[in-house]
Design a protein around this ligand. Structure first.
Ligand code: CP3
Length: 379
């Protein structure tokens, strides 16, 4: 069977809102659509999930965070982390959940003091010596056993047809926060300047984070995560091919190899967000990842070329999702038409913005879950 399959679903009922999207997945006992798509099997439609689908866009999240006394408490308690992971799954027909955690808790577990400044974001204390970070490459995962426990709890509750994704930060992205102590554009420029000035030292830091990530991701897979995403959100600030090779491609390849050497078979979703098309292509052919995540409005041609080798994920503009309306529907339709002829996971190009109306999330999920790949062929 080709990519075409099931007959066209009922056309989209305008304004059907939350009701339809809250219905359970089509066939709750089936093998996850996400894994079938990654595996290049013939699927009826692309699977959908959104980065940051859990979190501040949901009122029930904000309520639980207030009760828990802050974001880190939510993350580090398996019961609340599992609950927050499941909140969006109850509300919308997403095909995958992503365990609720943060990319910065791994460096925290390696000994760098982390806190969240209200309304401002993460802050790190001084960078520990590379020797002391290196000494905690394995033990850091033990400090994060709560994440494995959250994975087990979610997997036990989630329908078998819906996949569970584990994740880690891209080593370069984690390093930008560790080196400068905070996020933001100026901090990224500073981290980039450090990388250009001393690629050897920054490369060493990135390699240490990569080694720790192998243990951390393997633990999540062993607990029940069925796919593993590497969030390299700040790949975009490394346009020089040699620097990108050293700080992104090489450590990602090492993570994939390290996971396979440990017998982890879960597919890896690499997300070198905002990297230049030529570098993304090189990334896709050299790292060994099964899926490449694309940043907002990545070119159609790039996606089509990548699909010959890997599955792709993305690349809806989160601002368009927040804006909603006919422009959103038109863009979703365009993305489905341009990429659903190959292995494609519908997602955003970056995370859900916190003030995104729930109706827009519902509209997007409904539109994608009503799509049938046969439509692309008859269009
Ligand atoms: O996608 C998901 O729903 C899973 C959970 C998840 C979080 N952070 C929860 C979170 C994931 C995958 C991340 C990844 C992450 N964290 C990245 C990479 C992806 C990206 O967005 O670029 C980065 C750079 C971080 C670091 C981080 N954590 C920042 C910069 C911030 C503050 C900015 C912000 O959005 O508030 C966080 C906090 C954070 N991580 C929140 C959530 C839900 C918000 C905490 C709150 O106020 O409740």
């Amino acid at each position: 069977m080709g990519w075409a399959s099931a007959p066209r679903a009922l056309s989209l009922a305008a304004g059907s809102g939350l009701r339809v999207a809250m219905s359970p997945p089509d066939n709750p006992g089936a093998r996850p659509l996400l894994l079938r798509a990654i595996n290049r099997e013939s699927v009826e439609r692309p699977p959908i999930w959104f980065m940051r689908q859990a979190g501040r866009c949901l009122p029930e999240y904000r309520e639980l965070r207030a009760k828990a006394g802050g974001f880190l408490n939510l993350c580090m308690n398996p019961q609340t982390a599992a609950e927050v992971t499941l909140q969006p799954m109850r509300r919308f027909a997403y095909d995958a959940a992503i365990v609720f955690a943060d990319i910065l808790t791994l460096p925290m577990a390696m000994g760098q003091h982390l806190w969240f400044e209200a309304g401002e974001g993460p802050r790190f204390g001084p960078l520990p010596s590379l020797e002391s970070l290196e000494a905690r490459v394995e033990s850091a995962t033990g400090e994060l056993a709560c994440v494995g426990e959250a994975v087990r709890r979610v997997r036990a509750e989630l329908e078998p047809s819906r996949a569970l994704i584990g994740f880690a930060g891209g080593p370069w992205t984690a390093a930008t926060y560790m080196l400068v102590g905070r996020g933001g554009e100026a901090a990224r420029a500073e981290a980039r300047a450090m990388a250009l000035a001393d690629l050897g030292r920054v490369g060493h830091l990135v390699d240490i984070i990569a080694e720790a990530s192998i243990h951390y991701l393997a633990m999540q897979a062993e607990a029940g995560a069925q796919a593993l995403q590497i969030f390299e959100s700040w790949a975009e600030v490394l346009p020089e091919p040699e620097v990108f090779e050293r700080l992104v491609i090489r450590p990602h390849r090492r993570i994939v190899e390290g996971l396979r050497a440990r017998g982890v078979t879960a597919p890896v979703i690499g997300f070198p967000r905002g990297a230049q098309p030529a570098l993304v292509e090189r990334y896709a052919v050299t790292t060994g990842v099964q899926v490449v995540g694309l940043g907002t409005d990545a070119p159609r041609e790039l996606g089509l070329r990548l699909q010959q080798r890997v599955a792709i994920q993305g690349a809806l503009d989160p601002e368009l999702l927040r804006a909603g309306g006919p422009a959103l529907s038109a863009r979703i339709d365009e993305l489905l038409r341009q990429w659903s002829g190959g292995p494609y996971i519908f997602n955003l190009g970056h995370g859900v913005l916190l003030d995104t109306p729930l109706e827009h999330l519902a509209q997007a999920v409904e539109q994608v879950t009503s799509w049938r790949n046969a439509d692309a062929l008859t269009a």
